[in-house]
Design a protein around this ligand. Structure first.
Ligand SMILES: Cc1cc2nc3c(=O)[nH]c(=O)nc-3n(C[C@H](O)[C@H](O)[C@H](O)COP(=O)(O)OP(=O)(O)OC[C@H]3O[C@@H](n4cnc5c(N)ncnc54)[C@H](O)[C@@H]3O)c2cc1C
Length: 350
């Protein structure tokens, strides 16, 4: 058997966010050999940027911290043991005469698949880092770009740099528990909701228009921060315990994938109501797609995933059923159900 045949998958999913993870679960449920390729070193997608936030609008499970949803999705995605490839950005796609897709990663690896589900979200997200000399030295200690544990800021002197929703919301959440919260923003106006900005200004000390100009510390920790007035150049220094930088994200989507010849619109790859792109055998799910009914929510990603997987299944075998069987009456789970029933009388999680 040659290597290409050995490594052939029924479905290859590009992107490991909620759309990609749920597609992997559903594809396994529909008995297809499945692979996920994710450029980052972890699954979760954009949800990784707001792990500590409470999410209310995912059917049946809110309000829970976003990282709990990520954990549950990862566990579910692995139900049928898909292959998961990390650290590879898919850039190239070619369709051979025999219908097999060859996906190429930026680092040169090749992946063979009978269908492709594009679940690349709004692209690859890069956190906008603090552009101050030596900042990266403190990333493992007290310079943060996301909040994973709010308690860490309890009774601390916190400096937050940024003027958008995240900076303002974290300032409001931290103010009651921190010793002091100072917000530094390069513009006079904040871009968050007016009511939130008003609250934040009542609860914290806001410095505008200022930027963080220097970090002072020992090898491991920032101890003091210089902030500089954007117009006058005047400098103020603050003693700090923790620094949070919320300068937003840079997203790169309209890159190599856009050269594959897919029909696109302003907000993503055009798909039919059943998630078919303009290229037969390539389907889409989640925030990367657009059609009249698209909902850019986690719940919307699940819906897209089911449709995309069902379309992939039908593409591979037009005689198969259009829909997968419901999970409650599905032979695919018989063995797992039996094991679960043996372990506990009332199963709560798989
Ligand atoms: C601030 C904010 C708060 C939100 N809060 C909520 C909320 O409370 N409730 C809710 O339902 N929704 C919320 N959303 C929306 C929700 O996060 C998105 O709808 C959801 O993450 C989309 O999932 P996705 O899988 O389509 O894309 P993403 O989550 O963006 O995942 C795409 C994945 O694909 C990977 N990728 C991209 N390109 C490639 C490539 N070429 N090769 C390999 N991998 C690639 C990326 O690294 C990423 O992991 C929020 C969004 C924002 C911006």
């Amino acid at each position: 058997m040659n290597t290409e045949t050995m490594d052939l998958y029924d479905v290859t999913i590009i992107g490991g966010g909620p759309a990609g993870m749920y597609s992997a679960f559903y594809s396994g449920m529909r008995e297809m050999k499945t692979k996920i390729i994710e450029v980052k070193q972890e699954l979760g997608g954009f949800m990784r940027t707001y792990p500590e936030k409470l999410v209310w609008d995912v059917g049946g499970i809110g309000p829970v911290r976003c990282e709990e949803i990520i954990e549950a999705l990862m566990k579910q995605a692995k139900t049928f043991d898909p292959t998961i490839v990390f650290g590879q950005e898919v850039v190239g796609m070619e369709k051979r005469d025999d219908g097999i897709f060859i996906l190429t990663s930026k680092t040169g690896e090749r992946h063979y698949s009978r269908t492709v589900i594009l679940a690349a979200g709004r692209g690859i997200t890069h956190i906008q880092k603090l552009l101050v000399e030596g900042a990266d030295r403190y990333e493992l200690t007290n310079l943060h770009y996301t909040v994973t544990n709010l308690n860490r800021f309890k009774d601390k002197r916190v400096l937050i740099s940024g003027g958008g929703d995240s900076a303002v919301e974290w300032a409001i959440e931290m103010a009651p528990i921190a010793k002091e919260v100072v917000v530094v923003h390069r513009r006079e106006d904040f871009s968050a909701f007016e009511s939130s900005v008003k609250r934040m200004k009542q609860m914290t000390k806001a410095f505008v228009p200022y930027v963080v100009s220097r970090l002072h510390g020992n090898q491991n920790k920032i101890e003091r921060v210089s902030i500089q007035h954007v117009e006058t150049g005047g400098i103020i220094e603050h003693d700090v315990d923790e620094v949070l930088v919320n300068h937003g994200f840079e997203r790169v989507f309209y890159g190599p994938i856009m050269k594959w010849g897919l029909d696109t619109e302003e907000y993503g790859v055009s798909v039919s109501p059943k998630m078919c792109t303009s290229l037969p055998g390539i389907f889409g799910a989640g925030d990367c797609i657009t059609n009249e009914g698209k909902i850019r929510l986690i719940a919307g990603a699940f819906n897209d995933a089911v449709l995309a997987v069902n379309s992939a299944k039908l593409y591979l075998d037009p005689n198969d059923t259009e829909m997968g069987g419901v999970s409650s009456h599905n032979d695919r789970f018989a063995e797992k159900n039996e094991q679960l029933m043996k372990r506990k009388s009332k199963p709560e999680t798989v």
